[in-house]
Ligand binder design. Sequence first.
Ligand code: URA
Length: 235
Amino acid sequence: MERLQKVIANRGYCSRRKAEELIQAGKVWVNGQLVTELGFKVNATDYIEVEGNALGSANQKVYYLLNKPRGVVSTAHDEKGRTTVVDLIDTNLRIYPIGRLDYDTTGLILLTNDGELANLLMHPKNEIEKTYLATIEGSLTPSEFYALKKGIVLDNQKIVIDYLKVKKTNEFTENVLITLHEGQNHIVKKLFLQVGHKVVKLKRESYAFLTLEGVPVGQYRSLTIKEVKKLYSLK
Ligand code: URA
């Protein structure tokens, strides 16, 4: 048994102090009964509602696929007060993104409170493929294209590119589809810069077998149980 305010805070709804205020203000119900007493104790199976929101159970695991807009940070908190990917998801649970996309990158990012899956997917040995659509300044010459295909050395590490295709070119920019299984920060921008091209726009189109299909920019969906199982099987 634990104190109600502690359970509300631990499940990520708010701070313990705020939980105490909510209890005293008559905003918390346990198993359908109003509780205003701070010493009240609950157990793991009690049904708790705060301000009309049901608290997720302590070990409830959630998985979201978000189509990240530009101008949003891929962290759970931002000291500068900028909008985070977590802010875009309506949940009381303490979720965090699996990996990072830059502030100006759009596209597919997963969020969860399942540390085991997050670690598994981020571990380099599991080589999860990610596909990006990069818009670069100028256009790749044949020798730059083959240099990328052969593998570029960045910070003493050879980066293998699994797939590379020029999709569309105009006078000033070129759209390039690039698939790789490395996950270092800014990797796509660094790769193109290495062959002399600045990335002016970047979108992650897929992550393993998951795509953005049916998920507009700024929107998200929960993963299905089947998808979660499939992600676990990728190790
Ligand atoms: N590579 C980048 O350069 N930026 C991203 O956001 C993701 C991959």
